[in-house]
Design a binder for this molecule. Structure first.
Ligand code: ZN
Length: 295
């Protein structure tokens, strides 16, 4: 589960990367440590805490949140010694969402979770120092959510993308922006990372950025054809199925992804509000049941 990806830097990978099985990062040097994201449930967050303490006996004093989603942030409360750091918009989103995610999968044992939003926020960029390691937080704007943060370690060339990028898992951007995802992936490529730790799925190299961009452009072209043919996103998904992306985990995300693509092709701004409850339900109907959440 914990994988050294560079000197001082570890990926905490939760297979298989499906719904709510997110990745985190541990940066540890000079007797200090910091986390990139936590986990969805109390039990999983405590396992992450134990893994971090196995690397460095002092608990992490910084937790960075890449975005608001509960699978990345509910576990913040298991690190009371840490300052939680995130984009100001992520703080707002976390406060608005509360424990909403738990209602989507009521059978999951979430444990004792207290919503703990960032208390230290930034807007465009922020640099943290963990021992000798420079940790750069960069706003990716609206992409997977309305406010995404990527974490870049320039000396190690390690990139933590949050859910802007998924590895072997279908991208998911109905809450954010398709054009924002495309722009973000292109910016991330320009950083020239050696290692990419995505928000879900195995650790990858820079090729995952190209794969992600291909998927995004495929959804955009499907949406364009669908609009021209007068079809709804659901009709397009029924016709096209998953095209070359059948092998990705959770491919049914195509339906809400197409909705976001339709909105933007029709002129909506990145991150424009949608009825996520309705989109989630349409995805469940398309799939023929609630997707499994193994959290
Ligand atoms: Zn997410």
């Amino acid at each position: 589960m914990i994988e050294e990806v560079a000197e001082h830097v570890y990926a905490y990978v939760q297979p298989d990367g499906g719904w709510c099985l997110n990745n985190a990062g541990v940066i540890t040097a000079g007797g200090e440590s910091a986390l990139v994201d936590t986990a969805a449930t109390e039990r999983r967050a405590r396992a992450l805490r134990a893994a971090a303490l196995s690397l460095e006996s002092a608990p992490p004093r910084i937790v960075v949140n890449t975005h608001s989603h509960g699978d990345h942030t509910f576990g913040n409360c298991v690190f009371p010694e840490a300052v939680v750091v995130g984009h100001s918009g992520t703080r707002t989103e976390i406060k608005q969402a509360g424990l909403h995610l738990t209602g989507l999968w009521p059978d999951v044992c979430w444990g004792d979770i207290t919503v703990t939003p960032p208390t230290l926020t930034y807007e465009d960029r922020l640099t943290l120092h963990v021992g000798p390691v420079r940790v750069e937080l960069m706003s990716a704007g609206a992409a997977h959510t309305i406010n995404d943060t990527v974490v870049w370690l320039p000396d190690q060339r390690v990139l933590f993308t949050g859910d802007v990028v998924m590895s072997g898992v279908t991208p998911f951007f109905p809450m954010g922006s398709l054009s924002g995802c495309v722009a973000a992936v292109r910016t991330l490529r320009s950083l020239d990372p050696a290692v990419v730790v995505s928000g879900h799925g195995p650790v990858a190299g820079p090729e995952i950025l190209n794969e992600t961009e291909k998927y995004l452009l495929w959804v955009r072209s499907l949406a364009k054809e669908g609009i021209e043919a007068g079809l709804t996103p659901l009709e397009v998904a029924r016709e096209s199925r998953y095209g070359p992306w059948e092998g990705l985990l959770d491919p049914e995300r195509l339906v809400p992804n197409l909705h976001r693509a339709y909105l933007e092709l029709r002129g909506a701004a990145p991150g424009a509000p949608v009825d996520m409850g309705a989109l989630f339900q349409e995805m469940v109907d398309f799939r023929g049941g609630l997707p499994h959440c193994a959290a």
